[in-house]
Design a protein around this ligand. Structure first.
Ligand SMILES: [Zn+2]
Ligand SMILES: [Zn+2]
Ligand SMILES: [Zn+2]
Length: 344
């Protein structure tokens, strides 16, 4: 469980210039020197013998950069979402390790505060930033005066577009946050975080570098894979690391038929001519589903979903909505029903 500053008399106020920024030296082997509070701890036999939750995945934000409903939008999809009380806020996934009582947040949505209040999940002990787009990073400032300590893991490869790695951008953009330590992380090299083995895998999201994420529970073998924001051209090595997940969260921003309305159309067409990439940055629904089949995912949820889906397609399976939860354990994956929600 993350420590927070509420009720304490210390750790308030910005500290720019007072605390040197906590970014670790580039190239440091994070896995050789994990933060002390994230050392792997033994599982609780009590929880397991009671059939308790092992890995609990909460989809805090399943929308694209404007979310659904989109502010000021009166399209039928946004209206249906309002009527039904459904939403897709900006992207974020919470992964709780019930055994170590820690949680990992994948991406920092601008909707961070609202998401944590709405879904009542624990504050994170560590976070991952997949890439530096607004909808994945700009919520990080929300931890100010909320958390005393937060370890952020982000890729250490220099992005030719920015001249900096994701880790360096996070460190420089948030140098006022004394609570965070940034750990530059080498793609394809697993790192132990919150008791999980976590691996960043390069994906394709021009013009920026971006990474998918694989989270594995070394105790049970449970596996969560996220594609991150990506087009269909995910490198083979990344596909092999993402493969065989219990749960796959795949970017499926729009259905392929909407490529006709994109200024540059669709790409990466399959044998039937169906585009698997929308523009250059994201997979179509069809591309995401093809990737899911290739990866042999037990269960797939499409995320980063745009309000451009027509209303009669926008809430169909397997498109995710906010608040969905999945438990992963040695028996695989299952959605958490209302009965289980009481136990979290
Ligand atoms: Zn709309
Ligand atoms: Zn993006
Ligand atoms: Zn995005």
């Amino acid at each position: 469980m993350a420590r927070n500053t509420i009720g304490r008399t210390t750790a308030i106020g910005p500290s720019r210039g007072e605390h040197p920024y906590g970014m670790r030296p580039k190239g440091r082997a994070v896995s050789d020197d994990p933060p002390p509070n994230h050392a792997l701890t033994e599982g609780s036999p009590d929880r397991r013998s009671r059939g308790g939750l092992i890995v609990l995945v909460t989809l805090l934000g399943t929308g694209d950069t404007t979310g659904t409903p989109t502010v000021g939008c009166e399209c039928e999809t946004c209206e249906v979402a309002r009527d039904r009380g459904i939403e897709r806020t900006r992207f974020s996934v919470h992964v709780a390790n019930e055994r170590t009582d820690e949680s990992l947040l994948i991406d920092f949505s601008p909707d961070f505060r609202y998401q944590f209040l709405r879904d009542d999940v624990s504050l994170p002990d560590a976070g991952i930033v997949t890439h530096i787009h607004f909808d994945h990073l700009d919520g990080l400032g929300n931890v100010f005066r909320i958390l005393d300590e937060l370890d952020i893991y982000a890729a250490d490869e220099t992005d030719p577009e920015t001249g900096k790695s994701v880790a360096e951008t996070v460190a420089s953009d948030y140098d006022y946050l004394s609570a965070i330590d940034v750990y530059p992380t080498t793609p394809y090299e697993p790192v132990r975080i919150c008791g999980f083995d976590v691996t960043l895998v390069p994906v394709v999201h021009p013009p920026l570098v971006c990474y998918g994420v694989v989270v594995e529970d070394p105790e049970t073998g449970a596996k969560l894979s996220l594609t991150g924001d990506t087009n269909y051209e995910v490198p083979d090595l990344s596909r092999s690391v993402l493969a065989d997940p219990d749960l796959l969260l795949a970017d499926g921003i729009v259905p392929a038929h909407l490529c006709a309305s994109h200024p540059i159309g669709g790409r990466h067409r399959n044998a039937d001519g169906v585009p698997r990439t929308f523009g250059t940055k994201h997979m179509t629904r069809e591309g995401a589903l093809e990737l899911a089949a290739e990866l042999n995912a037990d269960r797939t949820r499409l995320v980063h979903v745009a309000h451009y889906y027509p209303a009669d397609e926008a809430f169909a399976e397997p498109l995710a909505i906010d608040g969905e939860q999945y438990r992963l354990d040695e028996d695989g994956v299952r959605a958490v029903g209302d009965d289980d929600r009481d136990r979290r």
